[in-house]
Design a protein around this ligand. Structure first.
Ligand SMILES: Cc1ncc(COP(=O)(O)O)c(C=O)c1O
Length: 300
């Protein structure tokens, strides 16, 4: 089971192992997997209960999902919890690092991530020795010793050059996270009076490392705001414009528009503003001023 509102890789990996993704809706406040919805789907479907093997909460934009409820659900329905921690490195849920709460946690070092390599890279963490052993095997074509293959894996080693770069950058991660949080606090303060947008929700029991600072723009104005900002030299991004249950490659799963309304609404409303440690206060001020201008000029 996975949330529909996430990057494609969360679902792609499910299909790639021969399983079928079951999409759940999201909590409209945090935009993370809604454990209540997942529980409802499981509770109402005996076949699904028998077949479901794993649940993959995604800690979207840098804020951990509701892990207590997800772990409880996993216990009840005997599911493995694989945390998609690609966007959450360093954030905490009730003082525990996100990615270390479930059975497995998967991190990404894609260049745009808070800790980005100069190419692709990633990391899997687990406290389970047998899972660790299996992941180590999978990463080198299932081979141990060399040229003796116990299972069919893939080539997924972190290459030494990327590891060296990440090691050097890692020493700066806390400072960079602090800078992102400071930018977010400024955005929060200055944008809280702008009618027409909803600021990122912060749950009191977890930290947010602001991989993205994502506002919601209701009333069908999101794309107009994005264009307005672009024309004034401000780049923004929509993560993600089409929820996974409506992607053409999943048509065979028989979801329709309206199946997962909160994921669909989020896809229409979200807009991620520039947030990176090096953002200058004057740049941040310009972004805020331009957003204010949009709402004043358009009279929304
Ligand atoms: C939520 C999420 N899951 C999975 C991935 C995949 O990570 P990678 O690109 O390192 O394979 C990404 C980012 O790319 C992501 O944002």
């Amino acid at each position: 089971m996975i949330p529909s509102f996430t990057f494609f890789a969360t679902a792609g990996t499910v299909e790639n192992v021969g399983a079928t993704p079951v999409f759940t809706d999201i909590d409209p406040k945090t935009l993370n997997l809604d454990p209540q919805h997942a529980g409802k789907l499981l509770g109402a479907d005996q076949q699904l209960q028998e077949k479901a093997k794993a649940i993959i909460p995604v800690h979207l934009y840098g804020q951990p999902a509701d892990m207590d409820a997800i772990m409880e659900l996993a216990r009840r329905f005997d599911l493995t919890v694989i945390e998609d921690a690609a966007q959450v490195l360093g954030a905490e849920y009730k003082s525990q690092k996100a990615g270390t709460i479930g059975h497995l946690g998967c991190f990404s070092f894609f260049p745009t991530k808070n800790l980005g390599a100069f190419g692709d890279g990633g990391l899997v963490v687990t406290n389970d020795d047998s899972l660790a052993d299996r992941v180590r095997l999978l990463r080198v074509h299932g081979s141990r010793p060399k040229y003796h293959h116990h299972l069919v894996g893939t080539n997924s080693r972190l290459d030494a050059l990327q590891a060296a770069i990440l090691r050097a950058k890692l020493t700066h991660l806390n400072d960079w996270t602090g800078a992102r949080q400071e930018h977010a606090a400024h955005y929060d303060e200055r944008l809280s009076n702008v009618e027409g947008i909803t600021l990122p929700h912060r749950s009191y029991d977890r930290t947010h490392i602001f991989h993205q600072y994502t506002i919601r723009v209701a009333g069908g104005c999101r794309d107009a705001l994005q264009r307005f900002l672009k024309e004034r030299g401000i780049g923004t991004e929509v993560y993600y414009p089409l929820p996974l249950h409506l992607q053409p490659c999943f048509r065979h799963l028989d979801y329709n528009e309206g199946s997962l309304p909160e994921s669909e609404r989020a896809s229409r409303e979200v807009l991620s503003l520039p947030i990176f440690p090096e953002l200058l206060p004057q740049e941040r001020g310009y972004i805020i001023k331009t957003i204010e201008e949009f709402f004043t000029e358009s009279g929304i």
